[in-house]
Design a protein around this ligand. Structure first.
Ligand code: GAL
Length: 668
């Protein structure tokens, strides 16, 4: 099979059907920009089914054909992301209700009810028809299901489905009342239809209810996705399916949606600025790694902007060079594509000022167009790296259900737990050293990793504690922190001491209480070896039960009490960090640990602001370097390596600000 990275964009020919000259020109421009695929039909329902039951696919057929004849593949969307006005007006039930049970009016997008039988039926019909007509077209390579599944509906249909879901889960109301601890404030339910979703003007204090509502929402969307897939598979069983995910999106649990999709794809919109962008690059790298880890295989970057976004307070243009660095960052972390929103700027409506490959101006002599074109050439030059994999020895635990539960709890710090910032503090220590990281949730497999980092693992579910125990017992190293093992999977606190479910033995300690600090308040971690670090936000007061203290608190009434510990458990060991530390701590701590464990690194000496990643393929290993510092950086290589873009062997690489390079460092 020909190796190639996909390079393309969301393409909306349906907005220009009265301008055949523009559609013709689009093809020329795509070819000039080295684009080889486009996503079509994402928001085209009104053109595909202009009246109920009246379908018009001829225009789409022409577009797909003309793209194909010009070497451009189609990623074909199902149109469920935006419903036509006629449908929305005629069938009220397909419009969502807000959390105060107010029905949406017609408008916007991404706002249909996932339960509505009518909407599901309409989606089934159009998906089947699209599959029948285009499923075997040689130009169509992938289904793009809907667009950015998101949001929650509180309508009576959803609430009824929720009650049924609960009945299946708990069997009896007695069991539900017990698991949700409803005796508290007399919230005991005496019939299933008394249970309503958590609402702005209703029940918000029963944590088990909120947790189950979020789980149900994910299940309902999964079910909707499965129906979409079933419909397209009726006539196109061979075509893979994807759905474009989003970052910092925790409304659903993506880990539960991954198995139904053949490929993970996602839309990445970092906010790059002038000067040093190292921190933004680190945040973005984390999400690329999350997406890659969902299926442990290359993913697709489905959307990114060629220049600016228009939904942010200001529309900052990418600085010269940043298009290369940011696009290559996705590839370096495992993407097999770089795709954009959008190919051509719409002439009207809400995204007319969003970045695009082709501006209203229409020419190729724009920086945006030239950046895209150069990137297309770059991707062709490095095509042999397509399909290569990233092998990580470190796993970080990111469990969305645990996150939901800790955010819903009152105390110990209602002014901010900063879970994702904390995750990033740990992650940064590996990222800046070129050590690849996978993300797993509590249903994930830990075998094969040397080190597992599980910050703030508040809620334990699915027998995860047993997995952690056996991982360490067999020689693995675990790093856990404060705010771990407080509640079980229904958000009921563990009795008999924290961390619960046997984790106290694993860490060799007992956690008595947590001190929540105000913003600006600090404590100190004093390491036995002499160094000290600032602590903030949450400080857990712990008692040793077998673990050894590596550091103690420096202040307050718990001065001298353990704050960093290690416990030998079986053939491995478990560290426990009792408080949130300043970033420098994580850098030093993981530097030492990764050396002790001999963790593989993409490169040993990495200048600040440069990111180094390794992808390993059948033909060779590829080193990706991206410079986010905004300044020129010199990177020394351990051995002469072939730079793929230039074909020149290099012993060192000079990267201009926001430059990127890919080197084959070993052939197989
Ligand atoms: C994405 C969405 C696109 C477009 C883009 C703008 O979230 O999928 O359709 O709206 O944002 O940045």
């Amino acid at each position: 099979m020909e190796l190639k990275f996909l390079h393309g964009a969301d393409y909306n020919p349906d907005q220009w059907l009265d301008r055949p000259d523009i559609l013709q020109r689009d093809i020329e421009l795509m070819k000039e920009a080295h684009m080889n695929c486009v996503s079509v039909g994402i928001f085209s329902w009104a053109k595909l089914e202009p009246q109920e039951g009246v379908y018009d696919f001829d225009w789409l057929e022409k577009v797909i054909k003309s793209l194909y004849e010009n070497g451009i593949s189609t990623v074909l969307a199902t149109p469920s992301g935006a419903k036509p006005v006629w449908m929305s007006e005629k069938y009220e039930e397909i419009r969502r209700m807000s959390s105060s049970m107010v029905r949406d009016q017609t408008g916007g997008r991404h706002n249909h009810c996932y339960t509505s039988p009518y909407y599901r039926e309409k989606v089934r019909q159009i998906n089947e028809k699209l599959a029948q007509r285009f499923g075997s077209h040689p130009g169509v390579i992938l289904w793009h299901l809907s667009n950015e599944y998101g949001g929650t509906c509180w309508c009576p249909l959803c609430q009824k489905a929720f009650q049924g879901w609960l009945q299946k889960k708990y069997g009896t109301l007695e069991e539900l009342n017990h698991q949700w601890w409803t005796a508290f404030w007399s919230h005991t339910y005496t019939s299933w239809d008394q249970i309503h979703a958590p609402m702005a003007n209703g029940e918000r204090s029963t944590h088990g209810l909120t947790l189950d509502w979020k789980r149900f929402t994910t299940e309902q969307v999964r079910d909707f996705i499965r129906e979409e897939i079933k419909a397209v598979r009726t006539y196109a069983p061979h075509l893979p399916v994807t759905a474009n995910f989003m970052y910092y999106f925790t409304e659903y649990n993506y880990f539960k949606l991954k198995d139904d999709l053949d490929l993970i794809s996602w839309d990445s919109y970092p906010q790059w600025k002038k000067g040093d962008n190292t921190e933004e690059a680190c945040s973005t790298a984390l999400w690329h790694d999350v997406m890659r880890s969902l299926k442990h295989q290359p993913f697709l970057l489905m959307e990114s902007t060629p220049s600016c976004t228009n939904w942010t307070p200001v529309s900052r243009l990418k600085r010269p060079g940043m298009h290369l660095a940011s696009s290559m960052q996705a590839v370096a972390h495992g993407a097999d594509s770089v795709q954009y929103f959008q190919f051509r700027k719409s002439r009207g409506s809400s995204e007319k000022f969003h970045g695009a490959v082709v501006d209203h101006y229409g020419g190729t002599d724009t920086r945006e167009f030239q950046d895209v074109k150069n990137l297309g050439q770059f991707l062709e030059d490095i095509r042999e790296a397509q399909g290569s994999q990233i092998k990580a020895q470190v796993a970080m635990v990111l469990d969305v259900e645990s996150f939901w539960a800790m955010e819903d709890a009152q105390g110990p710090r209602n002014c901010g737990l900063h879970y994702f910032e904390t995750l990033k503090d740990h992650y940064r220590a590996f990222w800046s050293r070129g050590i690849p990281v996978d993300f797993v949730d509590e249903e994930g497999d830990l075998s094969g990793y040397r080190l597992v980092v599980a910050p703030m693992l508040y809620l334990l579910r699915a027998g995860f504690e047993a997995k952690l125990q056996s991982f360490v017992e067999q020689g693995g190293v675990l790093v856990g922190t404060y705010h771990t093992g407080l509640v079980n999977e229904n958000d009921l606190c563990y009795l008999g001491g924290w961390p619960g479910a046997g984790l106290a033995q694993l860490f060799g300690l007992w956690h008595e209480a947590t001190d929540g600090l105000w913003d600006g308040e600090t404590n100190t971690l004093k390491l036995a070896e002499g160094k000290a670090y600032r602590l903030s936000e949450l400080c857990a007061l712990i008692h040793l039960k077998g673990a050894k203290a590596l550091g103690v608190y420096g202040e307050d009434f718990y001065e001298g009490e353990p704050a960093l510990t290690v416990n030998q458990f079986g053939k491995g060991r478990a560290y426990y960090l009792a408080a949130k530390a300043e970033p420098a701590f994580y850098g030093d701590f993981y530097q030492k640990l990764s050396q002790e464990l001999g963790l593989a690194r993409a490169l040993k000496e990495i200048p600040y602001g440069v990111e180094a990643c390794l992808r390993e393929g059948a033909e060779g290993s590829y080193l990706f370097l991206q410079n986010f510092s905004g300044e020129e950086k010199r990177v020394e290589l351990p051995q002469a390596s072939l730079e793929l873009r230039t074909g020149v062997p290099r012993k060192e690489v000079l990267l201009a600000g926001y430059d990127a390079a890919v080197l084959r460092i070993a052939s197989k």
